[in-house]
Design a protein around this ligand. Structure first.
Ligand code: NDP
Ligand code: ZN
Length: 351
C-alpha cells in the first residue's frame, strides 16, 4: 500500500509498505477523510520526537473498517468510525490509574505516527478496536469527523486542565484550531470573559464565533501587560495555553490570579526548560497550578464529543478552511499546515 511518510528529520515523501496486520483485538481501517496536524510539523521539521525513518505520518482521520480481529465484539467490516489520535491500551496499569494516554509509558497512548505508522496510508491499524473506535454518527460528514480525532479532544482538554468554571475569566493563548476548540470548550464550561491571543484575522473571527470576547496580539507587547490592562489589574482566573513556546509560561503565570490554574496542551517542540517567574509564582506559594496534558482518547470520549457535534451544540465546520479531494493531496495539506498561510485554520482531505 501507499503512504505519505516522514523519511527522516526534515524530509517527507511517498513510500510503499505492506498493509498492516490485524491482531485479535484490532481493526484495519481505510481512511474516508484525513487531516494534517501542527504536531506532524513539529515531528518532521523540528524532529521533536527524535529521529524517525520511513514512518507514515498522520493521526487525524475517520474511516471505514475493512477487517476486525477475532476478539472484536462491537465493530465489523463496513462500519464507518471516528478514530481518536490517542489510542490507549485499556488494560494497562496507567489506564487503570486514570491516565490512559500514558498507557505503557509517558505519552505512549499516542501511537499513530509515533510508535507505529500513522493514518496517512491506504490502510491503517487501530489497536484495541472496541476500546478506541466509535461509530460515526450519521449526520457527521467524514471531513468534520476528522476534527473529532484531535482538535476537539485536545482543545477541550485544555479547558479541563485549566478547570474552567462558571463565570471564570479565561485567557486562551493561541487560537489555531486547537486553541479555537479551547475557546469553545471554555465557553461550554461557562466561562464569562474569554480573552484570546492570536494575530490572524481568520482565527480571530472564528474565536469570536466560538465565544471569545476580547483579543490581544502577542506581537503587540507582552501578553501579561495587555491582560492586566484589559482586566483592570486583576488578571484572569484560568489560562489555557494552545500556542507559543517554552517562554509562554512566563506571561501565563504573571497574569493568572493566586489560586488560578494554567492548562497547557501546546506541544513544546524545542527548548530545554520552561521558565516560571519566581515572584509572580508567589515566591513558590501562590497556589498557581500548571498542568500539561496529552488529550485523552478512547471510545467513550469519542462517543461523547461526537454527540456534541451530532446534536448541533458544537459546529466544527468553522475550523475547516481548505478542502481537498483525493488521497494524493495529503501532501499538499501537510505543506499548508507547515507554511500556515494567513487564511488557514485547518485543511482536510476527503478520500
Ligand atoms: P497553530 O500553529 O495553528 O496555532 C498556534 C496559535 O498560537 C496561533 O494562534 C498563533 O498565533 C499562536 N502563537 C504563535 N506563536 C505565539 C507566541 N509566541 N505567543 C503566543 N501565541 C503564539 O497550532 P494548532 O492550533 O494546530 O496546535 C496548537 C498546539 O497544540 C501545537 O503545538 C500542537 O502540536 C499542539 N497539539 C497538542 C496536542 C495534545 O494532545 N496536547 C494534540 C494536538 C496538537 P498567530 O496565528 O497569530 O501567529
Ligand atoms: Zn493532531
Amino acid at each position: 500500500m501507499k503512504g505519505f511518510a516522514m523519511l527522516k528529520i526534515g524530509q517527507t515523501g511517498w513510500i510503499e509498505k505492506n498493509r498492516p496486520v490485524c491482531g485479535p483485538m484490532d481493526a484495519i481501517v481505510r481512511p474516508l477523510a484525513l487531516a494534517p496536524c501542527t504536531s506532524d510539523v513539529h515531528t518532521v521539521w523540528e524532529g521533536a520526537l527524535g529521529p524517525k525513518e520511513n514512518l507514515i505520518l498522520g493521526h487525524e482521520g475517520c474511516g471505514e473498517i475493512v477487517e476486525v480481529g477475532s476478539l472484536v465484539k462491537d465493530f465489523k467490516p463496513g462500519d464507518k468510525v471516528l478514530v481518536p489520535a490517542i489510542t490507549p491500551d485499556w488494560n494497562s496499569v496507567e489506564a487503570q490509574a486514570g491516565y490512559s494516554m500514558h498507557s505503557g509509558g509517558m505519552l505512549c497512548g499516542w501511537k499513530f505516527s509515533n510508535f507505529k505508522d500513522g493514518v496517512f496510508g491506504e490502510y491503517f491499524h487501530v489497536n484495541d478496536a472496541d476500546g478506541n473506535l466509535a461509530l460515526l454518527p450519521e449526520n457527521i460528514q467524514p471531513a468534520e469527523a476528522c476534527m473529532l480525532s484531535d482538535m476537539v479532544p485536545t482543545g477541550f482538554h485544555g479547558a479541563e486542565l485549566a478547570d474552567v468554571q462558571f463565570g471564570d475569566t479565561v485567557l486562551v493563548i493561541g487560537i489555531g484550531p486547537v486553541g479555537l476548540m479551547s475557546v469553545a470548550g471554555a465557553n461550554l464550561h461557562g466561562a464569562s470573559e474569554i480573552i484570546a491571543v492570536g494575530t490572524r484575522q481568520v482565527c480571530r473571527d472564528a474565536a469570536k464565533y466560538y465565544g471569545a470576547t476580547q483579543f490581544i496580539g502577542y506581537k503587540d507587547g507582552s501578553i501579561d501587560e495587555q491582560v492586566m490592562d484589559l482586566t483592570g489589574g486583576k488578571g484572569v482566573d484560568k489560562v489555557i495555553i494552545a500556542g507559543g513556546t517554552v517562554d509562554t509560561f512566563e506571561p501565563a503565570v504573571k497574569c493568572v490570579k493566586a489560586g488560578g490554574r494554567i492548562g497547557n496542551v501546546n506541544y513544546l517542540g524545542s527548548g530545554e526548560y520552561i521558565k516560571i517567574p519566581r515572584v509572580e509564582w508567589g515566591v513558590g506559594m501562590g497556589h498557581k497550578t500548571i498542568a500539561g496534558g496529552l488529550m485523552p482518547g478512547g471510545r467513550l470520549r469519542m462517543e461523547k464529543l461526537g454527540s456534541l457535534v451530532a446534536c448541533g451544540k458544537l459546529d466544527v465546520s468553522r475550523l475547516i478552511t481548505h478542502r481537498f479531494t483525493g488521497f494524493e493531496h495529503v501532501e499538499d495539506a501537510l505543506m499548508l499546515m507547515k507554511d500556515k498561510p494567513a487564511d488557514l485554520i485547518k485543511p482536510v482531505v476527503v478520500i
